[in-house]
Design a binder for this molecule. Sequence first.
Ligand code: SF4
Length: 71
Amino acid sequence: MRVTIDQDKCCGAGSCVLSAPEVFDQREEDGIVLLLDAEPPAALHDAVHEAAAICPAAAITVEQTEQAERV
Ligand code: SF4
């Protein structure tokens, strides 16, 4: 799994941080999303998918990387 974020779209709602705090954080000054782990381990994939689904700004993109999924 590869995660990318678009900080221009992010409105700082923070939903992603609540769903997957291991993967997402927010800048202290304005709440814009920070990506902590662009290739999170399998145990976090459900949480990352949820974060992407609930992001009100659609600022989170998740790509499947097949090699990594089979480990
Ligand atoms: S849920 Fe979306 S809009 Fe909210 S902080 Fe995360 S990336 Fe930004």
